[in-house]
Structure formats: structure tokens, C-alpha cells
Design a binder for this molecule. Structure first.
Ligand code: S3P
Length: 166
């Protein structure tokens, strides 16, 4: 069984995926980490040297590679489900869980996060909330296709496990 955690940058996909995998005794995979290891480049350098389009192609390839895995909780990159038919690929092959958070909570969490986010970095600070609001609106068209939608502000791992019915 494959479980994909999806949602905007900073919504907590990686930490929830790790905890969920631990409880279920599943493997854990972070797709951004996998991409960096496979292609020997950091996401920041990838954006800088080759641009977003190349990044989107590589993250699609990484998604394809997850399809042959078994019993794994996968933390996707925030944009992954929103490009190249990836949301359909995810739902055709696994269960998806959208961690939903408001733009205000997201920006707060992003401000306190150590992970570099090239898409956010390039936006002047005073425009970031508006940027997040607009991008989230576009992306929710995809995120809301998830099998399950959970409130990212109040996540209880046992509640997620109940939803999964396993
Ligand atoms: C991106 C999200 C990032 C990473 C890349 C692009 C996006 O992952 O894949 O910087 O387009 O939303 P996180 O969601 O883990 O921040």
C-alpha cells in the first residue's frame, strides 16, 4: 500500500509522513530527498541552474519510481500533485491525504522552517502572504482531489489511521 501526503509547502507533510510510517510499520520516503540523491543536486541548485520546468520533469520521474514500492508513506513535494497529471497517478496507485492549512498558518510555518524553498525565496517578504494565497487557490484544485482531507492544524495520527481503514 502506498500513502501519499500532499499539500502546500510548510504544511507538515514530512514530519507527519514519518510519524505515520512509524505507527504503521511502513517505510518512509521523502520525494525531494530522493530527487536530490538520485540527481546529485540540491533542489535549490536545480531551480537556480536549470529552472522550474526541469525540476517538474525530474519530480515526475521520481513519482513514477515510487509506484513500485510497497507499504510506504511518501511525502511529496508541495507542487508535485499539481503538474503533469501527477494527482491522477497518485490516486490511481495509492491513497492520498491532503494536509489542509490556511495561508496565514502556512506563512508562519514557512518563516520558521529550515528547508530552503526557492519559490518563496524569490518573493519579497511583504508580498509573500498574497503569493501563498494565490498559489494555494490554484493548487487546491488538485489537492482537493485527495482521497482524504485533514485539518493540518490538528493532526492526530490515530485519526488518520482510522480514515485509512487498515
Ligand atoms: C515546491 C515544494 C518543495 C520542493 C520545491 C518546490 C513547490 O517541497 O519540492 O521547493 O512547488 O511547492 P515542500 O512542499 O516539502 O516544501
Amino acid at each position: 500500500m502506498l500513502i501519499y501526503l500532499i499539500g502546500f509547502m510548510g504544511c507538515g507533510k514530512t514530519s507527519i509522513a514519518k510519524r505515520l510510517a512509524n505507527k504503521l510499520n511502513f517505510d518512509f520516503l521523502d520525494m525531494d530527498d530522493m530527487l536530490e540523491k538520485e540527481y546529485h543536486i540540491t533542489i535549490s541548485d536545480l531551480f537556480l541552474k536549470y529552472g522550474e520546468e526541469v525540476f517538474r520533469k525530474l519530480e515526475q520521474t521520481v513519482l513514477q519510481k515510487t509506484l513500485s514500492m510497497v507499504n510506504t508513506v511518501i511525502s511529496t513535494g508541495g507542487g508535485n500533485p499539481c503538474f503533469k497529471n501527477n494527482m491522477k497517478t497518485i490516486n490511481d496507485n495509492g491513497i492520498s491525504i491532503y494536509l489542509q492549512l490556511s495561508p496565514k498558518m502556512l506563512i508562519h510555518r514557512l518563516e520558521n522552517s529550515k528547508k530552503p524553498r526557492p519559490l518563496i525565496k524569490k518573493i519579497p517578504e511583504e508580498q509573500r502572504l498574497k503569493y501563498i494565497e494565490e498559489l494555494l487557490k490554484e493548487r487546491e484544485k488538485f489537492y482537493l482531489q485527495a482521497t482524504h482531507i485533514v485539518d493540518g492544524a490538528n493532526i492526530e495520527i490515530p485519526e488518520i489511521i482510522k480514515l485509512l481503514e487498515i
